[in-house]
Design a binder for this molecule. Structure first.
Ligand code: NAP
Length: 541
């Protein structure tokens, strides 16, 4: 494997493969070959356990010599959560032997806190590196890990390692306790004096792994399968390549995301990234987990917006933060559309180029658009239609307000009657006697006895991760099976799964049915237009 100049400002996708035993060599090399085909540029051989075997020198030597791409060799010490708990002199000798071999690895990774101390590790490695042929001299990565949180000595590590002439690359990895930790990693990269890797671990750290090319990180790690991650929060190679389009991320790439708690299973990153890719938009869209309380939202979103280097262009906002977004934009003196103000909840944040904020609610127009398209009718078609809205949460507020604006007579049914009363009270208060659409609270028994032209489910019943995943919200609220007729139009806002019990119930009755996925794509398309000025192209189902 020829020696490649890697410290060129390009961020390399590095697949990390742990090898515990010499019997695994062939399989590990096949995995590396597949990863190379899949777009990886470097392989990290994590040989913590292999290094404990008597055949370690030969086995690791073979991994490096036969590697389909340039490699990093790491024998991670148990002192930094690795699996190597053997003799330090043995580890130093193994690594020095690799450096002296005819086919040395491109990089050797050792813990900074051990390397900096005078002793066998430092002496053997520096002697071997200094003695190696200039065109085959491995670069030394001095790494510092902290699995508990940001290390107190983070800045000292950077300072001291930068001054150490034998350190070629500084690697910093710590467990992020909030999205804000990523911002410090970005600043360290942007202000680096040597090639650097700065990554946050855990669910809050994905952002640092995906965005490292924006800030000039030397590399980012990926696993070659869901099960093979060698650190918490590592994305897969396929996710980096296909979902986040890692190769196209650069200094000027705008950042978007979905803010919620939880957000791991959101479909929004797939939809928006696919859209960005299709129109050639220089943006990337990430899951942005923010814990439920307003204080978390305010602190985190505020810092993301104010971090000039990040370049946050906007965000989708989902459960439980839709009301928080309105409060936040109001507190910051931003602008909002009438619907967000009226409902008191918004799902879209737009950050202007001068930092000005705007929020909008795209759920409400998406409800009406979905209904009208399915009815094959214009907006007047909802005038005086009788609509039953199930639920009184954020989605229900959007549906009721939009249906009222379109002139419908809305009846709200909810498990907790007080919440429905509050919703109706809030949305009816600013209206005049002669305004067209009206809303009132219904007794859930009426779902059995009365007929409605339109049904919109805005409860979480039917959601795969919801309270009653296999039930119909109509039947649950009514207390027994409800019979629909074929003239009804039924929109289930739940979109995971697509074919909910309510969708099937409505189909069986011959009613006009709209799946939540249809509404989801419509609200996403409006967000996409606000951020890019372009239409969301067709995305895969
Ligand atoms: P939310 O504010 O938490 O409201 C949840 C609603 O479900 C409340 O009315 C709640 O009633 C009701 N509910 C929950 N468990 C129940 C149970 N076991 N029995 C009866 N009622 C129950 O949530 P949200 O933001 O409005 O979202 C609701 C649904 O809309 C979710 O499935 C979400 O995925 C969907 N949605 C879809 C889209 C889209 O684009 N397709 C957009 C937004 C939302 P109580 O008041 O009695 O607790």
């Amino acid at each position: 494997m020829p020696f490649v100049q890697y410290d060129t400002g390009v961020t390399h996708v590095t697949v990390s493969i742990a090898v515990a035993d010499a019997a695994e060599l062939d399989a590990a090399l096949r995995r590396a070959a597949a990863a190379s085909e899949g777009g990886a540029r470097l392989v990290e051989w994590r040989v913590d356990e292999l290094a404990l075997h008597s055949v370690a020198a030969e086995a690791i030597g073979r991994l490096v010599a036969d590697s389909p791409m340039p490699s990093i060799v790491t024998i991670r010490s148990a002192t930094e959560a690795g699996l190597y708990d053997g003799d330090e002199a043995h580890r130093a000798e193994l690594l020095a032997g690799l450096i002296r071999s005819d086919t040395p690895p491109r990089y050797i990774d050792v813990e900074w806190r051990m390397f900096r101390r005078p002793g066998a590790l430092r002496e053997k490695l520096t002697t071997a590196i200094d003695g190696a042929r200039a065109d085959r001299q491995p670069s030394l990565i001095a790494s510092a890990h902290d699995f508990a949180g940001r290390p107190a000595d983070l800045l000292q590590v950077v300072e001291q390692a930068a001054l150490d002439a034998h350190v070629d690359v500084i690697k910093l990895a710590w467990t992020a306790r909030s999205l804000r930790d990523n911002l410090e990693a970005f600043d360290l990269l942007a202000e680096r004096r040597k090639p650097m890797i700065a990554l946050c671990m855990g669910p809050f750290g994905l952002m640092s792994r995906v965005l490292s090319p924006k800030f000039g990180g030397l590399l980012t790690y990926a696993s070659d399968s869901d099960a093979a991650a060698t650190a918490p929060g590592q994305p897969t190679l396929v996710q980096l390549r296909d979902m986040y389009r890692f190769e196209s991320i650069g200094k000027f790439t705008k950042v978007y995301g979905v803010i919620g708690w939880p957000v791991e299973h959101s479909q929004s990153p797939r939809v928006h990234n696919e859209g960005f890719s299709a129109i050639g938009f220089d943006g990337v869209y990430l899951p942005l987990p923010v814990p439920s309380e307003y204080e978390h939202f305010k602190a985190t979103v505020g810092e993301l917006i104010d971090h000039d280097r990040l370049g946050l262009g906007g965000a989708s906002v989902t459960i439980p933060h839709k009301r928080h977004l309105v409060r936040f934009v109001e507190e910051r003196g931003g602008r909002m559309d009438d619907m967000s103000r009226r409902i008191g909840a918004a799902n879209t944040l737009i950050v202007g180029s001068a930092g000005g904020l705007e929020c909008a609610n795209t759920d409400a127009p998406a409800v009406v658009q979905s209904l009208l398209e399915a009815m094959n009718a214009g907006v007047d078609a909802l005038q005086e239609k009788r609509a039953a809205v199930l639920g009184a949460g954020g989605a229900a507020r959007a549906a009721v307000a939009a249906l009222m604006d379109a002139g419908a007579e809305v009846v709200v049914f909810n498990r907790t009657a007080d919440r429905a009363l509050q919703l109706v009270d809030d949305l009816m208060t600013p209206r005049n006697q002669d305004d067209a659409g009206r809303a009132r609270v219904g007794d859930t028994a009426a779902l059995r006895d009365e007929r409605f032209d339109i049904y919109v489910n805005c409860t979480s019943i039917g959601m795969a991760t919801g309270p009653e995943p296999n039930a119909s919200p109509l039947d649950v609220l009514a207390g027994s099976a409800v019979t629909l007729d074929e003239s009804a139009v039924v929109l289930d806002t739940v979109y995971a799964p697509r074919r909910t019990a309510l969708v099937q119930q409505a189909e069986t009755a011959g009613a006009t049915v709209i799946e939540g996925w249809d509404m989801f794509l419509r609200q996403a398309a409006m967000q996409f237009r606000m951020w890019t000025g372009r239409e969301l192209p067709n995305v895969s189902n």
